[in-house]
Design a protein around this ligand. Structure first.
Ligand SMILES: [Zn+2]
Length: 65
């Protein structure tokens, strides 16, 4: 399941993906709530992937004089 988190003053826009730690199956919201992975059947141990959207971030900072 992917969740988009919009940019704030301190964080760029990013995407968080929750996967099964054992098989990397992409879990949906109801599957995350259960104790075992819907795909491989092992005890759920979540793995989180974060993708940062850098396109809207300035590539260089301007110093104040
Ligand atoms: Zn699994």
């Amino acid at each position: 399941m992917k969740t988009i988190i919009e940019a704030t003053d301190t964080d760029p826009k990013h995407e968080v993906e929750l996967l099964c730690g054992a098989c990397s199956y992409d879990l949906d919201e109801s599957e995350i709530a259960s104790d075992t992975c819907a795909n491989c059947g092992t005890k759920l141990n979540l793995k989180q992937n974060t993708a940062i959207h850098v396109t809207s971030i300035p590539l260089f900072a301007t110093a104040e004089i």
